[in-house]
Write a protein that binds this ligand. Structure first.
Ligand SMILES: NC(=O)c1ccc[n+]([C@@H]2O[C@H](COP(=O)([O-])OP(=O)(O)OC[C@H]3O[C@@H](n4cnc5c(N)ncnc54)[C@H](OP(=O)(O)O)[C@@H]3O)[C@@H](O)[C@H]2O)c1
Length: 272
């Protein structure tokens, strides 16, 4: 079971801070938002689906979250992300930024619809860059805050049938590792969390509803807690769960050609 509160030391690190969480309407982002609020942060929830946002904010308010505010924004529209960043930046000094919003698509690249290709780059990469560019300079001046970027175990190896998604998540690991070192000297934590299959809306969306949920998926609340522990401790990379750690290690040890063939066979099986 995942306790809603982190623990006293997390509480100390989060208390009184302003935390902006993207993709807060569902899954991992929703759980991260609840944990941050329970640990005393003021949470700025950002999502696209208004109904889901109303539900998560009502749930958090009922649980006694001290202060939350909601922002609706479609990250596939870069101008809207810029506007959101300016709006929040003019009103808040963001101490914690959680770049969590993202989605995948299961299918070969040639079969992937053009609008999916464009919006995946906007949501999974461009919005992360825009928000980091906006809020990191203030964090460096103030110190004590941090950025949590949500990658995937697909940040460590590429999966045929998910080429662009994997590439966007490879971006996350490259960006986060380097920022970690740049920010550390200013007392700002930058951490990447790299989940494997997690029980959220991700699978249904990535497969167009064909697969409702991954098998043996982790609880998003557990992923959220491990991620925030990692951020508090200024870890560079967090891979939640032993199975995921083993998958990443096994992928690194397996010859590349063999690994790609095996993963492609898995994709073909999934498509049947
Ligand atoms: N679940 C997994 O198996 C898994 C594994 C590895 C990594 N991840 C990563 O974990 C992160 C969170 O995903 P999740 O598993 O929690 O899936 P989820 O339940 O589908 O949540 C995704 C979140 O991203 C938001 N989002 C998607 N497209 C958006 C857009 N165009 N504009 C604004 N917000 C948008 C969604 O908002 P709306 O609902 O409001 O559209 C939702 O809040 C993603 O970066 C994903 O790549 C997930």
């Amino acid at each position: 079971m995942c306790s809603r509160k982190l623990n006293s030391s997390d509480g100390e690190w989060c208390r009184g801070k302003v935390a902006l969480v993207t993709g807060a309407t569902s899954g991992i982002g929703r759980e991260i938002s609840k944990l941050l609020a329970a640990s005393g942060a003021k949470v700025l929830l950002c999502g696209r689906n208004e109904q889901a946002m109303a539900s998560v904010s009502a749930e958090m308010a009922a649980e006694g979250a001290p202060a939350i505010e909601t922002f609706i924004c479609d990250f596939s529209d870069s101008a809207s992300v810029e506007k959101l960043a300016d709006n929040i930046g003019s009103r808040y000094s963001v101490d914690i930024l959680v770049n969590n919003a993202g989605f995948g698509h299961i299918g070969t690249f040639d079969e992937t619809p053009e609008d999916t290709i464009i919006s995946m780059q906007e949501v999974n990469i461009s919005a992360v860059v825009t928000l980091t560019r906006k809020f990191l300079p203030f964090m460096l001046k103030k110190s004590g805050g941090g950025i949590l970027n949500v990658g995937s175990i697909a940040s460590f190896f590429s999966i045929p049938g998910s080429a662009l998604y994997c590439a966007t998540k490879h971006f996350i690991i490259a960006f986060t590792d380097a920022l970690h070192e740049e920010a550390a000297r200013f007392g700002v934590h930058v951490t990447g969390v790299y989940p494997g299959n997690t029980a959220t809306g991700f699978a249904a969306r990535a497969t167009g509803g064909k697969i409702k949920a991954w098998e043996s998926a982790m609880d998003p609340a557990v992923v959220a807690r491990e991620a925030l522990h990692g951020l508090r401790d200024n870890k560079i990379r967090v891979i939640p769960g032993y199975t995921n750690k083993i998958k990443v290690l096994a992928a690194a040890l397996m010859p590349l050609r063999l690994r790609l063939k095996k993963l492609y066979a898995g994709f073909v099986e999934m498509k049947k």
